[in-house]
Write a protein that binds this ligand. Structure first.
Ligand SMILES: [Zn+2]
Length: 407
């Protein structure tokens, strides 16, 4: 058992307590876990909301869900959104967001907000530049802003500093993405750098909280991200070392798919088994409804993805295979299907898109009209389809809640 921390953040204390109870449990296996280890039941916002878990936050990359305003989002019973650090740092930038005292006020949104680290976009830009020099060093990621000659060094500090300006409810640390085809030494290198950056990010985050006199309940969550590619031993090691540093939760980093494109459930299993029960578990960029169902059954509780909004704009609407909301059965194998309004057969179809949905589209308009709006290229089509898909996902999370609570 480690020594009692003389001071430190709530994360440090939780870490110490977690180790203490683990040691205690190992010595007396008949003991029931104390309540300290209950899995999280809510996602708290820095504005004082308690949102029941599990949650799905759609991607409002540039502080907007395309075609919707913030009241539209709220009307779909979507409890929170994800915003992108890299894009918002570029535009509108720090001074505008500061003027509004955070991204929530900026977009007049009252729900939860998570910011990503910006790492995914930065890594993609840096690696696509085809430079002979490795753009990723222990210091950060070097890259050129597209369409300009401006060169940037994006560091763990850049990411944390801007996320604290955004004033989001969860701050995600910068990690070094392990490519799927990475060899063992590259896998090791990315994990070591991920740990190094995680330590640095934690230090910078704690300094921000201290400088701003933030009490524990006013602090956003801090999330570490687990890397290591397909190497389960390395994933386990990365998880344990991040827990040692002390976070509020961990994210499933890297592509969550196997080479054959099937979803990889082995990695989240290893991550979940090697961190304290009270950690938030975040499936970054996940995903498809069936993948979310599978991960919630393993105790994962936060998800974000571009799928429902992007698919809506491309005429792909998610529809439950049920007559009514009460009859939705997410435990059945094919619990949903896609509705694509561009087909000729819908030209005279006066039925709603779905009777197992209570969204604006399904309660006010029919398939024929939606098809017409898409055919003439009116923006209203995108808005109504996006509203519907977001309600599909908020219903999915409502249906998953009892399953999660009974784990
Ligand atoms: Zn609907």
């Amino acid at each position: 058992m480690g020594s009692i921390p003389a001071s430190g953040t709530p994360g440090d204390w939780r870490n110490w307590l977690a180790r203490m109870v683990w040691d205690h449990e190992a010595a007396s296996s008949n003991l029931v876990s104390p309540t300290l280890f209950m899995k999280p039941t809510h996602f708290k916002t820095i504005t004082g909301l308690q949102i029941p878990l599990p949650v799905f936050f759609p991607d409002a990359t540039r502080a907007v869900l395309k075609t919707l305003d913030s009241t539209d989002i709220a009307n779909t019973k979507t409890p929170g959104i994800l915003v992108n650090t890299f894009h918002l740092n570029n535009f509108p930038g720090t001074s505008v967001i500061k003027k509004h005292n955070g991204v929530r006020n900026f977009m007049s949104w009252n729900g939860g907000v998570i910011s990503d680290s910006g790492g995914f976009q930065v890594m993609s830009l840096a690696k696509s530049a085809n430079s002979k020099k490795n753009p990723v060093t222990d210091e950060g990621v070097n890259f050129k802003i597209p369409g300009t000659s401006k060169k940037i060094l994006f560091t763990p500090k850049t990411s944390i500093d801007f996320q604290m300006v955004l004033k989001t409810d969860m701050v995600v640390v910068l990690d070094d993405f392990t490519d799927l085809d990475a060899n063992p030494s590259k896998e090791r290198e990315t994990v070591e750098r991920t740990i190094l950056w995680a330590k640095e990010s934690k230090k910078i985050f704690d300094q921000h909280c201290l400088r701003s006199n933030l009490e524990p309940e006013q602090q956003p969550y801090l999330l570490g991200v687990v890397q290591g590619g397909y190497n389960l031993e390395l994933r386990k090691e990365c998880t344990e070392r991040l827990v040692e540093i002390g976070f509020d939760g961990l994210g499933y980093g890297g592509w969550p798919q196997n080479i054959d494109k099937s979803f990889n459930f082995e990695i989240p299993k290893v991550i979940g088994q090697n961190c304290p029960n009270d950690y938030l578990l975040y499936g970054l960029g996940v995903g498809k409804p069936q993948d979310i169902v599978g991960m919630v059954k393993m105790g994962w509780n936060i998800f974000d993805c571009v799928l429902p909004t992007r698919d809506a704009r491309h005429q792909r609407l998610y529809v439950y295979n049920a007559d009514s909301i009460n009859k939705i059965d997410i435990q059945s194998k094919n619990f949903y299907t896609y509705f694509t309004p561009n087909k000729e057969i819908y030209a005279h179809d006066t039925n709603p898109v779905s009777t197992a949905c209570d969204c604006l589209l399904c309660t006010h308009y029919n398939r024929s009209y939606l098809r017409h709006l898409f055919q003439i290229g009116d923006m209203t089509a995108g808005r109504l389809a996006t509203i519907h898909n977001l309600r599909f996902y908020s219903l999915l999370m409502e249906k998953l809640r009892p399953i999660y609570e009974n784990l």
